[in-house]
Design a protein around this ligand. Sequence first.
Ligand code: GTQ
Length: 348
Amino acid sequence: MTQPNDQRSQLEALYAEMAPANLTPLWESLAQLVPKRPQSPAVVHRWSYDQARDYLIRAGDLISAEQAERRVLILENPGLQGLSSIVPSLYAGLQLILPGEIAPAHRHTQCALRFVLEGEGAFTALDGEKAIMGPFDLVLTPGWQWHDHGNPSDRPMIWLDGLDIPTVRHFDAGFAESFPEKTHPETAPPGDTLARYGRNLRPVRGSAADRRPAHQPLFHYPYADWRPALDAMAGAATIDPHLGHALEFLNPADGGPVMPTIAAQVRLLPAGFETRARRSTDGTVFVVVEGKGRAVVEGREIALEPRDVLVVPSWQELRLGAADDLVLFSYSDRAAQEKLNLYREECA
Ligand code: GTQ
């Protein structure tokens, strides 16, 4: 809009006068407030696992899990400084539990997922039931369920935490409590829930049926289960040109995404496969499980190595290429966006 100088200066004077009354003119910011398409402040970024791991292990020498409550290095998007966010709606961190340590029991309204990157035999206990974790297992801690972590093994355990912290902050709906003891008393043997709800079964009635929340019973999705499923799919299905062979983790209670705000997937791209370009409104966090490859985001190429973490913001065009068989885990806020009728994607 071209404006005569005197109009501009009179407007500026008016804005200055109204500012103390906490009033601002919409017409100066309408295009940003109601953008033609998403213009994420987040940027594409890759964290090298080896580099992040070094810092995390050094932190392990300086502060205990118990003292820290959660010993975690936040993966903060360079475009979202100070916000502890990897995309505007989601958080990511790398958590370390050393042999013998306990991260004390607490609960909060934020939903969390853990994706194991290193170690074997540590656990997350959910409402007093341990999920014994191994590499590339997915473990959930849905909102307001008690959880503590412990590592009885003799090696460090490192996993990626994915939480909806910024979403809950956005809604001003954060609550948290500490459990009165370090760990929640055991309520069931390890693997009890997985044995039932993980096999398309559920207890019909009685204490076994009442123990887990009906809307969110399952919380452990082991690598040993999901990895063969990807291979079976790759052996039998035509490959999706934009995704590769992709599977979503489901909540067995409703057949929907794993948690109300977060959806999680794994995918396999056979060696030599290149996806066609695709963009979606759910900025996505990827973890490389196996293989090497590359991501091309809006024309910028990024090399991918095992256990690297890559974030691709909303509406940025992504192509993925596999040098070897490339297996990726990913999570995003698609679960929330679909409920709000916001989710869109565009495939080339
Ligand atoms: O393990 O409960 O990375 O509460 C951030 C907040 C992990 C956890 C995080 C948390 C946790």
